[in-house]
Design a protein around this ligand. Sequence first.
Ligand code: HAM
Length: 420
Amino acid sequence: MEIKAMRGFSDILPPATSRWRVLEERAREVLEGFGFSEIRVPILEQAELFSRSIGEETDIVEKEMYTFEDRSGDCVTMRPEATASMVRAYIEHRLYAADPMLKLYSIGPMFRHERPQKGRHRQFHQINVEVFGVSQPVIDAEVMAILMHYLSLVGATGCRLQLNSLGCPTCRLDYKEVLRAFLKNHLPGLCEDCRRRMERNPLRAFDCKVPGCQEIMSKAPLISDYLCHLCAEHFAAVRSFLEILEIAYEVNPRMVRGLDYYTRTTFEVVAGGLGAQNAVAAGGRYDQLVAALGGPDIAGIGFAIGMERLLLITPDELLPSGPSLFIAALGEGPQREAFGLSYKLNRAGVRTLIDYEGRSLKAQMRRADKLGARYVLIVGEDEQRRGQAILRDMEEKKQEEIPLAALFEEIVRRVKERSP
Ligand code: HAM
């Protein structure tokens, strides 16, 4: 019987793989330009890393993690996100020793057992960006500006930056008290989850999808009214730095994020074209996380972009064009010539394809057209005898004869001339 991929796990097929690569390469260029270095962390970690950092009473930890006992009896988890692993690596390798300030990025798959739908998968991919060791609000603005710059560079459409502050443990404690009291007053209307989490994690109710809870939460007190003096100051500074960089944003005081490690600044980029799962990227500050995982008292801030969602809102033009050259060869002699020439051209950086099956000229031309080849080189036995080949410019629909002896240099020259 045929075996299929599991629900929520997708193959990424060509030509889509080219679009993935373009998005990844642009991310690397942008991030390295802003001083980030790549880190690669394992996909499997001790389960405790995620429960301690993301929070026991979050949907991710309660319902979505791929956690199992491995063959040695250790409780392990396929990473649902990368921040916790990056923080662990930062602490484990004492990456703060010389200078706590460190800018890291990582690209790769994450795993969450969610109900699959448009823009929601069980294996999905993130571009993850983290800055350690800067507690000043200027970095919050810079990180968001880099994100917005990248999104516009790759042509992402309809993106809006939403911003909030979740305060620090001190002011959040007061706010949680107020929110808990509010929830207690509305207890009969709350769902099971919200009631259960109310004591330890009342903020989660803002993320609840149950209509009754949403209705109640639309009237709930907001964290913005309870920020302490220092957190309010930090938030105002972040906003003023965003204004210097001319980054448009909206304050969304109901945005609480689904992970518990955040402090102060949190943000999401939502895009209209995404439907229900509308966040293409999200992140925030986590000033206590390094210490909570056993490291020194070092601040952190970062974000992750969801690649599958980004692909839904970026144009198809990101697909690299077809081959530069298709060689249509007719007859055994020309086919041998084409075989050698295409290998040489590909080595010289000219993307060249040939026909392997000895098809008719018409069929080969059709194929070249379908592939979107920029040029077609036509070599038949007749042309070969005359020491000529026909080079057809598929875009300008013009053709000319070129001496076989000068073919290689001539094609390399033309293709290089055309490429930007
Ligand atoms: P998150 O909001 O859980 O944050 O995920 C970030 C992004 O990953 C989302 O905005 C979305 O684009 C994408 N994403 C999440 N779940 C799925 C899914 N099931 N299918 C497809 N895409 C998904 C984090 O993961 C934090 N670690 C971000 C961060 C980095 N905060 C600080 N640094």
